[in-house]
Design a protein around this ligand. Sequence first.
Ligand SMILES: [Zn+2]
Ligand SMILES: [Zn+2]
Length: 290
Amino acid sequence: MTHPLKAAALRYAAKGWPVFLLGHNKRPVANCDACRDADASHDREACRCLTCHGLYAATRESRRIDIMFRLVPRPMLAIRTGLASRLVVVDVDPDHGGEDTLTGLVSDDLCPPTLLVRTGSGGRHLYYRHPGGKAPCSQGRLGPGIDIRGDGGYVVAPPSIHPRTHTAYEWIRAWPVAEMPSALVKACQPRPAPAPTPHSSAELGHGEGITSPQRLLESLLATIARAPEGKRRTTLYGAARGVARMVAVGAINRSDAWAVLTEAGRNAQQTERETRTAIQGGFHAEGVTL
Ligand SMILES: [Zn+2]
Ligand SMILES: [Zn+2]
């Protein structure tokens, strides 16, 4: 009999949604030695490894999906969001006030009925069609307890089993994927960062001043790769503080900062929650709102 998770993976792939596997504890699968040791010029999007680089391994090819399931024991299934799948998912976390926020969004017609998942921890995922252009991931931008999973993001998909509650993620509403109302698209866009000041580089203490997200990512990945495994969380937190200072002076915008740090956390095999906590903690410590 086909593994129910694999059957689901093949079904999602057939819909055009690229899928990949997480470890049973929701952590990204560790990279192979070659990818782990690769420098920042390694192209994760083009890398053909089956399970390296988290969401960059996402695929719609049934043969790759088949092998992935042989490589990862007790996996969780994830769907890559953003342009790759043409999905944007509103992630409601009831433990942080997400249900109340959602009630407001629904009554303002920002979140119309759509395809819906109940997560293994009692949250909800509302699936919307990607509007084209940019739909960045964000956290708390629409209100407490609501995250947006768009470009460069992913969601855990049914029927994965949540590692803590041992409850399955489940489709609870078979609506088609609704369009995002334009007000929701607008609400998801990052607020413009303040204009950079001429003192940015000096204040940061970087002679060269890292202003491009790509270069920032490279430098963060290198720093975190050098950190021993047990120190990666604190290293990520330290990196988040550094990035928060850059956001504060307008050297990088918030959504780029978020994307870069999330990618760095993923690369360091941190769970989404650990990564988010490190980022929030780092920004909070610097007095910068996300
Ligand atoms: Zn690899
Ligand atoms: Zn690779």
